[in-house]
Design a protein around this ligand. Structure first.
Ligand SMILES: [Zn+2]
Length: 462
């Protein structure tokens, strides 16, 4: 069945115009200032609304076992929440277990992702380097279209890798035209500070951010950029949270390194005061890495996003329930790290970004969708409303209002980072590859309708 969206204003990252869109067979068939309705097609009135590309969240952890527990959302609940909030595609991370062949881990992630209702792709986490790793990675690039390698410079004794692995992996990525991702925190320094606080009997969640000060991040971002620069790799720094990280990115970009970065909706919205709340559960519910920062870092993140030093936004969605946080009741280093915002990213960015004048609607599209589509090899199939692209569309009412509440969410966490935030600008409808999957507060997506997104490598011209 074809769908005609009439009377709205189409917003792409490079401009806006009053136009109608016809969707047929899951694809955008026609965009024109006026399209006459055809017999039998569904007509959607978008008068007064903005018609924008569906969001792309390049950073999620669904159905992921971590720190003695498991994330609250699986691929069904997580992608349902994504669709409700206007996000139509996600990229999740494959983590091989100790010694597990990468191919087996990939098979396992395909199994977990099968119930997805939104489209999904994978990054592969490079957590070790042995004789097999290069051929295993080449296999995932060639046969699975996994064209981004993720590296952890933190979580010592867990997923952290040293510079030796970064160098080998970045060099391979450069050869294959694959994008390198880093979680940039100096893991040895974090470990030292954690041990120090624990030895001093400083055990509460308020010591979590103090064990990961901005220098920890700035040093690691700079180191990753220098390694990428030396071996000619393209680099993407996930979840930049502070001024030293932004400064390192800007310096790298100014000398021509192919590096960009991501900011998380929660880091833009929330400051470190949450860790000093006298309610332990509330403070612990904000434990994630990097941690929330003092307000001056938030302003710097907004500025970096508007100027393009940081190009994308994600969520690092890894929600836990209150009972999971209790694992760290006796010391903060055992609190599972992660927060969830897959459902609220677009609303928070619109409300705090566009309504305040920090971002234009076109920049909103860029930072929620188009830039991620380009960085991860999904553009122009996704991230752009134009003939021939996937019909991943949101119909956004800039005057609509609602209050974000955990009680109303589709995420399975019992907590919401933005609880009580009254937002203006709401998602009225989500269309995913031509299917109306969310409409006026109701989800109607069939389990398993999401499609896997293989991506192509982008070898740099010699
Ligand atoms: Zn993450």
């Amino acid at each position: 069945m074809s769908v005609l969206i009439r009377g709205g204003t189409i917003v792409n990252e490079d401009g806006s115009s009053r136009a109608d869109i016809r969707v047929r067979g899951g694809i955008i068939g026609e965009v024109a200032s006026y399209i006459a309705p055809a017999a039998g097609e569904r007509i959607i009135d978008a008068g007064g609304c903005l018609v924008m590309p569906g969001g792309i969240d390049p950073h999620t952890h669904l159905d992921y076992p971590f720190m003695a527990t498991r994330t609250a959302d699986d691929f069904f609940s997580g992608t349902s929440a994504a669709l409700a909030g206007g996000t139509t595609a996600i990229l999740d991370f494959i983590f091989p277990e100790n010694g597990q062949p990468l191919r087996d881990a990939c098979v396992e992630w395909h199994r977990r992702a099968r119930p997805s209702v939104a489209d999904y792709g994978f990054h592969i986490a490079v957590t070790r380097w042995d004789d097999q790793t290069e051929s295993e990675l080449r296999d995932l690039v060639d046969r699975e279209g996994i064209t981004s390698f993720k590296h952890f410079m933190a979580y010592k004794g867990g997923t952290m890798v040293g510079d030796d692995v970064l160098i080998k992996s970045f060099a391979l990525a450069a050869k294959l035209g694959v994008l390198c991702l880093v979680h940039a925190e100096n893991g040895d320094l974090v470990h030292y500070l954690q041990q120090k606080f624990v030895a001093e009997g400083k055990l509460g969640p308020e010591f979590h951010p103090l064990s990961r000060p901005p220098e920890v991040e700035g040093e690691a971002v700079n180191r990753a950029i220098c390694i990428a620069e030396a071996v000619g790799a393209r680099l993407y720094v996930v979840h930049n949270s502070c001024i030293p990280a932004i400064e390192a990115l800007r310096r790298g970009q100014m000398r021509g390194v192919d590096v960009t970065g991501e900011a998380l909706a929660c880091h833009l919205a929330i400051s470190d005061e949450v860790y000093r709340d006298c309610d332990w559960v509330f403070a612990a519910a904000h434990v994630m890495s990097p941690p929330f920062r003092p307000p001056e870092h938030q302003e710097a993140l907004w500025a970096a996003l508007a100027s393009g030093v940081i190009k994308t936004t994600g969520t690092d969605h890894a929600g836990f329930r209150a009972e999971d946080r209790l694992l760290g009741r006796s010391k903060f280093t055992d609190i599972p790290n992660g927060t969830g915002s897959i459902e609220d990213r677009l609303h928070v960015l619109w409300h705090l970004g566009v309504n305040s004048g920090r971002l234009t609607p076109e920049q909103f599209v860029r930072v929620t969708s188009s830039a991620a589509a380009r960085a991860f090899g999904l553009y122009p199939k996704k991230g752009l409303l134009a003939e021939g692209g996937d019909a991943d569309i949101i119909i956004w009412d800039p005057a609509g209002e609602r209050t974000i509440r955990a009680a109303d969410q589709h995420q399975r966490t019992d907590f919401n980072l933005f609880e009580g935030m009254r937002v203006r600008g709401i998602n009225r409808m989500t269309i995913s590859r031509g299917d109306v999957v969310f409409e006026e507060g109701e989800l109607s997506a069939r389990e398993g309708r999401g499609e896997y997104l293989p991506r192509s490598a982008n070898p740099r011209a010699a």
